[in-house]
Ligand binder design. Structure first.
Ligand code: GLV
Ligand code: GLV
Length: 316
């Protein structure tokens, strides 16, 4: 059967598909969207990326043979899942395997913000390090600070465990309410925004979470607070974040995701107090290999007529 892969994947997982006789077409990284969709129209299975927008009108252009769209990501806000269900196409994602890598990236951003890592590196490289000084580039301690987690799923919990090791107090707010197995206080959204020294976003992007954080929420935060986004860019109003940072309404922001990737709002780029990463949350060799293996498993299961273990929809 024909499998179209939106971009080359790390590792050798795709060899398992060719090994059992499937015809695998891996698109060139510089291909246009049109070229991808043209190839995808003939496919029995597609491996998509979070950068591929598969909305209803695009899905309508895909062939009737298509059985599965395996998204090489945990987030799947780029796919109209309801439309896929209507057309009896499975959608699968890659949960769990990227939890630790993404939680590590979150802590990377927390530390880089709290300790002003980018400013420090720039000072040294620009030849502005003239010797140790008691007041040189002072950051903030993690110990004893409140880490507020918005969206307490697998990644949120993994961040909480890490933050505890740094002596932080964890509090959280999540749509589904109190999680009984967790020792941390569940608080209202407003309390979370007001009380967090570090506010870290771990919710999916939905119509309810789009622009959940904007001017009003940023104004409610402590002046010394840091906000971290390793979830999805549009959860924060990026321009309003840049304005809050420029006016020093909060201390720092650490972002791995942006509203219009790969574009970063020029106002945000100008901010000294923003640490900006190019969506590398799950970007480790081990994790990206495992994501590829999982994607291939989902395709094998779907082409075999089974419901993939990590399907996010039902088609019956
Ligand atoms: C990355 O952002 C993912 O959703 O896997
Ligand atoms: C810093 O380098 C110290 O020794 O206190």
């Amino acid at each position: 059967m024909k499998i179209v892969v939106s971009r080359p994947l790390p590792g050798n997982a795709l060899d398992r598909l060719t090994g059992i006789g499937h015809d695998v077409k891996v698109m060139h990284p510089d291909r246009s969207n049109e070229e991808f969709l043209k190839a995808a129209a003939q496919a029995d299975a597609i491996v998509s990326m979070l950068s591929d927008q598969l909305k209803a009108e695009t899905i309508a252009r895909l062939g009737s043979k298509l059985k599965i769209i395996a998204n090489y990501a945990v987030g799947y806000n780029n796919i109209d899942v309801d439309e896929c269900s209507r057309r009896k196409i499975y959608v699968a994602n890659t949960p769990d395997v990227l939890t630790d890598a993404t939680a590590d990236t979150t802590m990377l951003l927390v530390l880089m913000c709290m300790r002003r890592a980018i400013e420090s590196v720039a000072l040294l490289r620009d030849g502005r390090f003239h010797g140790w000084r008691p007041d040189l580039l002072l950051g903030l301690d993690l110990k004893g600070k409140n880490l507020g987690i918005l969206g307490m799923g697998r990644i949120g919990e993994a961040v909480a465990r890490r933050a505890e090791a740094f002596g932080m107090n964890v509090l959280y707010h999540t749509r589904s309410g109190v999680k009984k197995h967790l020792p941390y206080p569940h608080v209202s959204f407003e309390t979370l925004v007001k009380e967090s020294d570090v506010l870290s976003l771990h919710c999916p992007l939905t119509s309810e979470t789009r622009h959940l954080i904007g001017k009003k929420e940023l104004a409610m935060m402590k002046k010394t607070a840091v906000i971290i986004n390793t979830a999805r860019g549009p959860v924060i109003n990026e321009l309003e974040l840049a304005q809050a940072l420029a006016a020093n309404k909060i201390f720092y922001a650490g972002c791995d995701v942006f509203e219009e990737e790969p574009i970063v709002n020029p106002e945000l780029l100008k901010c000294r107090n923003a640490v900006l990463l190019p969506h590398i949350g799950s970007g480790t060799v081990e994790t990206r290999n495992e994501m590829a293996e999982m994607t291939v498993n989902s395709i094998i299961q779907a082409l075999d007529g089974q419901k993939p273990e990590f399907a996010v929809n039902r088609i019956d």
